[in-house]
Design a protein around this ligand. Structure first.
Ligand SMILES: *[C@@H]1O[C@H](CO)[C@@H](O)[C@H](O)[C@H]1NC(C)=O
Length: 262
């Protein structure tokens, strides 16, 4: 169950190479020299592909292609769900995801056993598909400006997961939004933020997000959390690291684990 997102991509990539070789074989009768050359190139490509760590190679490419060549930490949440489940256990029962493309994360979480999920989409949902519209109609996903108090009671969710959204907030608004995320959670807040220097979607994004992403260093974030009395959830950090090693998970975004308010 928990290995689901890793294995299908691996199977896909292994299987992907074989028909390619097969098609070269069938051509080899017409032009032997060309086909031997192609076969060598194909074999080299296949070996490179297998050595590059198939699962990771594919999901990164997906992540890169998704938003105009930019890295999306929301897609990183998809990859991290099995690791989060292992690290947080029962705290994954009632999850709120906050961030762009939240419908995709909520849909994925709803497929997990023993997990209820809700979402806050901080930006317009102009291009929402039918599934997303249905989640909004049912009130599972809400479109809400996260610069303002979240429309939920304290400790409404066991875990709050945030991706990308905080990269677009100035420190002034972060001062309002991060305490809100801690307020509506009971067992913790997980923040996925971009690394400085990562490419983000550009032109189309500006009109949607209002300002370009400000990708901050981990030392910036840690100083910020300290100033605002948001404590690191050391137990969760440890469990998440252990689960990451076990599952060969290497995040493409910075991941912070914070405690909820008590
Ligand atoms: C955010 O809150 C911290 C702690 O209260 C404060 O030191 C800092 O000046 C605030 N930043 C802004 C931009 O309001």
């Amino acid at each position: 169950m928990s290995r689901r997102p890793v294995n299908p991509s691996r199977r896909h990539s292994d299987g992907g190479g074989l028909p390619f070789l097969g098609s070269i074989h069938s051509k080899s009768r017409s032009s032997p020299l060309l086909s031997i050359g192609l076969l060598v190139v194909g074999a080299v490509l296949l070996i490179c592909y297998l050595y590059s760590g198939s699962g990771r190679a594919i999901s990164e490419r997906e992540a890169l292609s998704k938003i105009e060549g930019g890295v999306s930490c929301t897609l990183e949440v998809h990859r991290a769900i099995p690791v989060l489940k292992k690290a947080y256990g029962d705290s994954m029962h009632k999850v709120l995801h906050v961030g762009p493309e939240t419908c995709s994360v909520v849909s994925k979480l709803l497929k997990e056993e023993d997990t209820e999920a809700w979402g806050v989409e901080p930006y317009d949902l102009d291009d929402a598909d039918g599934n997303c519209k249905s989640l909004v109609r049912k009130g599972i996903v809400r479109v809400a400006d996260i610069k303002f108090p979240l429309p939920y009671r304290p400790k409404s969710f066991s875990l709050v997961i945030v991706s990308d959204a905080v990269d677009y907030l100035s420190p002034k608004y972060l001062n309002k939004t991060l305490p809100e995320l801690a307020r509506v959670s009971a067992d913790g807040v997980v923040i996925f933020a971009g690394y400085p220097g990562q490419h983000r979607a550009k032109v189309a994004e500006l009109s949607k997000f209002g300002r370009p992403a400000k990708l901050r260093s981990s030392s910036w974030w840690i100083r910020y959390f300290l100033q605002n009395s948001l404590e690191e959830n050391e137990a969760a950090v440890k469990k998440f690291e252990q689960a990451s090693v076990k599952m060969s998970y290497k995040p493409a975004c910075q991941i912070f684990h914070l405690k909820s308010y008590h």
